[in-house]
Design a protein. Sequence first.
Length: 132
Amino acid sequence: KPRKIERCIASLVQAVENFLRGKELYYELSFDLAVNHLKKAQKIYYENISHLTKGEELYESHLFTALCYFSLDKVDLSKEEIRSAYLLNPKRSLDTKLYPPHFLEHANKTFQELKDMRVCLYFIQEVLMDLE
């Protein structure tokens, strides 16, 4: 069991390194390379999800990937990443100092669409339960 924990820690260190490198590449405007590192980080985080304490890095890796896609004008891929972040933490709001205004508008619109969808699904579920 200690070896398994050591492997997990080593993997999570790799994930953090990929996440940080991805952010760095985003700020250098190397969006495609940033996506590669951020996706590697996500993969490792998901493989070790039971060992994550908060999952903030996973959440942020989805948002930075969304930001890269948005910067590459790949809006649909950006929305997918925003959805993934939302599902991890639907109550969290974005830091207005960290993200550019045009991306915040895009992300908040996507968040609202997801919230509206949840309300609609809840309503449908209630109606179906009443029919039984």
